[in-house]
Unconditional design. Structure first.
Length: 220
């Protein structure tokens, strides 16, 4: 992953004031049950705690992560990959809570991707100052499935680029409960998160949670 945030512009709005950006679907406030969703994240973290992983270079990631589902995304000196066991506990990742799976499927359908069945939810926990550099989600076996990204807690700025890292990026403000969906020809576009600003959310406190639902394993 590259932490450089390049060529950023604010995204324009439509006639109703809602942000509009080609290639992604923004569903403002779609994740309305913030308390229930954060409780589900907390339950997962009791089994597979959040941890800060290293990238292949050895540098530490900015956000802490955990997973739930059939498999989980991990990173270390050996590279980026999915594996069925949590390397920290040696056990299978927690089962994906129904409330999370249902949200992802409803959001995907709302964005035009019917029959989406995620097999992993990668959870990122951002403290103030944490960020995610521009990157592609390309470790999955099934690029036909969309990405569903749910924001909870502190607000953030989503960075949306193009098929090349050097492409101009747009900045999309996200509030707690907002959902972003992308897929199709934009499935491998670069994206990231600008440094999270200090603040407090009534449920999450001084934390931003991002839930990213994917289809990682080959369809059978």
């Amino acid at each position: 992953m590259n932490s450089d945030l390049v060529n950023s512009d604010l995204v324009s709005g439509d006639l109703f004031g809602a942000p509009v950006i080609p290639g992604i679907s923004l569903l403002p406030g779609f994740a309305a049950d913030e308390a229930g969703l954060i409780a589900a994240v907390d339950a997962v973290a009791l089994v597979s705690p959040f941890r800060v992983m290293a990238v292949p270079s050895g540098a530490k990631m900015s956000a802490a992560i955990t997973n739930c589902g059939t498999t989980g995304w991990v990173s270390d000196r050996r590279g980026y990959r999915y594996q069925p066991l949590d390397p920290q506990t040696g056990r299978a990742w927690p089962e994906m809570p129904v409330v999370l799976r249902d949200l992802a499927q409803r959001a995907a359908a709302q964005a035009g991707f019917a029959d989406f069945t995620p097999d992993v939810c990668l959870m990122n926990r951002y403290m103030p100052g944490a960020k995610m550099g521009l990157h592609q989600d390309r470790d999955e076996a099934d690029f036909a499935a969309p990405i569903v990204s749910v924001s909870l807690g502190l607000p953030a700025v989503f960075l949306w680029g193009g098929p090349k890292r050097t492409d101009k990026t747009a900045r999309l403000p996200l509030a707690s409960g907002d959902v972003v969906v992308w897929g199709g020809r934009e499935r491998l576009y670069f994206h990231g998160i600008a440094p999270v600003k200090p603040g407090s959310h009534p449920i999450s406190g001084a934390v931003r949670l991002n839930l990213t639902f994917r289809r990682a394993l080959p369809s059978v």
